[in-house]
Ligand binder design. Structure first.
Ligand code: 9MJ
Length: 691
């Protein structure tokens, strides 16, 4: 390390290298640890390139903690072994409140507190679903990092850990400890995992089953240049061997110290008292589980006072002072009993795995989507296979991967295990199946003449977010179709009370209720009606934009491709879907009948484009001198802009008045442009030209 205090001239290469490293490290910390970037990407790249250039010209200035060393070193032949001076133990598990009660009782007994009824204070944190690693800092410098391995020795993955930008290569302190071993978890954020799999899919390569496997594969890469391309993250959750580091009294304070040294620690950690406190944390974290940027599989509770931890010690291979309280697993193994093909509303054929029932993500799953033909082929899912079923959050369960090692004679294409083939004719109507160039879906070519498409289109039409016909569910739609009482959505409005009488479970009262629900769905606003039509590629937001832009169905139906593409987010593909839909004689006739039934009411056209604020996103905060919130919002929307509630990187402008609050602070942190009322009016009148 060079040291400007030691006499480098202020404009010397050594001083410049120092300044660049400081600026880049600061930017890394703000971007990767605080998630609040301050430096534009282009500027960051420029600084990094300048540093690389100086280091290339002055090799004597190179140092191992330079940010240029994160890009990925040369491939290794094998990983060296690293012994853990203090073993890296695993945690015991709790699966129920009773298990937590028992854990807390053992802790109180161990500390001889059971008699006094004193409640224990615990440090509580998420259980990250990644890989445990130990980072070794000698005199503040990152010197080595290792996987947990068997707990007693692991693999030296230093080169790969260097590529993780949130791991500091030097601790942020003037008075570093002689030795600090930081323990934590390496993981891949869900967004980075999706991105990685998208790229793999585009290249026709194998995808990773889950973020954990992707993180493991990346951390144990012998070629650090590959790890560098796979963004990994790290969260610290404790320390191992320390020298010259005065441990505070509690685990929570240790974590605060690590955060001060600029090690990434999770914001989700907290302190809780007694079993009731632990359960409250468990529930609250569980509710946030799906919206966290990374997978967790539970909560970890640790007796907060380190002196108490020492008293409790260890049993077998786990500490007695800590436990992992697990949420229901989001992945399980089960068998594929059949692969069916479902026909959707737009004719798309979706392969669905019928599974041996399995409890995963809190529910019993019997079906999992296989998405499309290419996905099945890539994963090579076959009937009889053992598969990993994943149900994370509210998403539809999916087959994440096949356990090929469990398939007998897996290399042979045996009659018992034939690879999946998409049928060439529609499983519902027998019409030819077509797959257009560039599309992932194979489709039934029969349009609404296919009973399956007709049924799905009807189910969509009546659904809550479309025409919202209460009480008309899938089963009832099926019955109405089977009895020939309806063929198209327009037929719903002609249903008679007597016709309903013969249906299963249709008492007089429910027939009346149903007719009333159908009746009150007449005159729906245009946006919902457009959405209800079920045009391919026209979702709720597009339907809203179309309704707003054109005002009436006739105007929409008369629009050509160019006119349609004036609407936000409507490109050639969406425009083509609409033109094809409205050109279809069957659709024209159904729409004519729905018009007679008064199914929708037109609104007023508010053509979108041409606005000075088209495509821009605004956040309003504080009180403006002469404009109310609603007035400001109306002005923005009239010029094609959008108002959202909270500031993010996607926000273009924050309009701030008096007493603005935290939105302004956040905007400043993110470097978002801030307007007062005068600048706001200027932007509305002149658009970006004003800048
Ligand atoms: C995880 N996996 O998130 C520990 N862990 O503490 C947390 N693991 C741990 N703590 C001692 N948050 C041993 C393991």
């Amino acid at each position: 390390m060079t040291n400007p205090a030691a006499g480098d001239a202020p404009d010397s290469p050594a001083a410049r290298v120092q300044a660049l490293r400081a600026a880049i490290n600061e930017a890394n910390y703000r971007y990767y640890v605080l998630d609040a970037p301050t430096l534009p990407d282009a500027e960051y790249d420029r600084l990094l390139r300048e540093l690389q250039a100086i280091e290339a010209e002055h090799p004597e200035l190179l140092s191992v903690d330079s940010p240029t060393q994160r890009v990925g070193a040369e491939p290794l032949k094998a990983f060296a072994e690293v012994a853990h001076t203090i073993p890296m133990l695993s945690l015991g598990n709790a699966f129920s409140e009773a298990d937590v009660v028992a854990f807390d009782r053992r802790v109180r007994e161990g500390l001889a507190r059971e008699a006094s009824n004193t409640e224990i204070e615990y440090a509580v944190e998420p259980k990250f679903d990644g890989l445990a690693v130990a980072l070794h800092y000698q005199n503040g410098l990152f010197v080595r990092g290792a996987t947990r391995g068997d707990g007693f020795s692991g693999e030296d993955v230093s080169a790969n850990l260097r590529t993780i930008h949130s791991i500091p290569m030097r601790l942020a302190t003037d008075d570093p400890p002689a030795w600090l071993e930081v323990r934590g978890e390496v993981l891949m954020l869900r967004s980075d995992f999706e991105r990685l799999n998208d790229i793999a899919r585009d290249k026709g390569e194998k995808t990773f089953v889950n973020p954990r496997n992707a993180a493991a594969g990346s951390l144990r890469q012998l070629d650090p240049r590959i790890s560098a391309q796979r963004r990994l993250s790290f969260f610290a959750y404790g320390v191992g061997r320390v020298e010259g580091f005065e441990l505070p009294e509690t685990h929570a304070a240790v974590m605060d110290r690590l955060a001060e040294l600029r090690l990434p620690v999770s914001d989700e950690r907290s302190v809780a008292t007694g079993v009731a406190g632990l359960m409250r944390y468990f529930t609250a974290l569980g509710e946030r589980r799906d919206s966290l940027p990374f997978d967790i599989d539970g909560a970890v509770y640790k007796v907060n006072r380190l002196a108490d931890q020492a008293v409790l010690g260890f049993v077998a291979r786990a500490p007695r002072f800590a436990i992992a309280h697990k949420y229901p697993a989001q992945e399980e193994i089960t068998q594929v009993e059949a692969i069916d093909v479902q026909v959707g509303r737009t004719g798309a054929l979706t392969p669905v795995a019928r599974l041996k029932p399995v409890f995963v993500g809190g529910v019993t799953v019997t079906n999992a989507t296989l998405h499309n033909e290419d996905e099945v082929r890539r994963k090579d899912v076959r009937v009889g296979d053992s598969v990993i079923v994943r149900r994370a959050g509210d998403v539809i369960p999916e087959v994440a991967g096949v356990l090929l090692e469990r398939r007998p004679m897996r290399d042979l294409v045996t009659p018992e295990f034939p690879p999946f083939r998409m049928p060439t004719s529609c499983p519902e109507c027998g019409a030819p199946v077509i797959r257009l160039e560039g599309e992932s879906a194979a489709r039934c070519s029969n349009g609404l003449s296919c009973p399956a498409q007709r049924k799905q289109a009807l189910i969509h039409f009546v659904s809550r977010r479309a025409m919202d016909i209460d009480g008309l569910g899938e089963k009832l739609v099926e019955q109405l179709l089977e009895r020939g009482l309806i063929r198209t959505p327009a037929d719903l409005y002609r249903l008679q009370r007597e016709e309903l009488a013969g249906l299963e479970r249709m008492a007089d009262k429910s027939a009346d209720n149903l007719l009333r629900a159908i009746e009150s769905s007449r005159g729906k606003d245009l946006a919902r009606f457009i959405y209800a039509l079920g045009i391919r590629n026209v979702g709720e937001q597009t339907a809203k934009d179309l309704a707003r832009h054109f005002g009436s169905l006739d105007a929409l139906m008369q629009a050509d491709s160019i006119a349609l593409q004036q609407v936000p987010d409507v490109g050639p593909v969406v425009a083509q879907s609409m033109l094809a839909f409205f050109a279809e004689p069957h659709n024209q006739s159904v729409i004519a009948n729905l018009r007679l039934a008064g199914a929708w009411k037109d609104g007023e056209a508010q053509p979108s484009v041409a606005g000075n604020l088209a495509g821009m996103t605004f956040v309003l905060t504080g009180t403006l001198p002469t404009l109310s919130r609603d007035q400001a919002k109306a002005l923005i929307e009239a010029e094609g802009g959008k108002v959202v509630g909270s500031v993010s990187r996607k926000t273009d402008f924050v309009v701030a008045g008096a007493d603005p609050g935290s939105k302004l602070t956040k905007a400043q942190e993110l470097g978002i442009r801030i307007l007062d009322q005068a600048a706001f009016h200027e932007l509305i009148s002149n658009g970006e030209k004003a800048k």
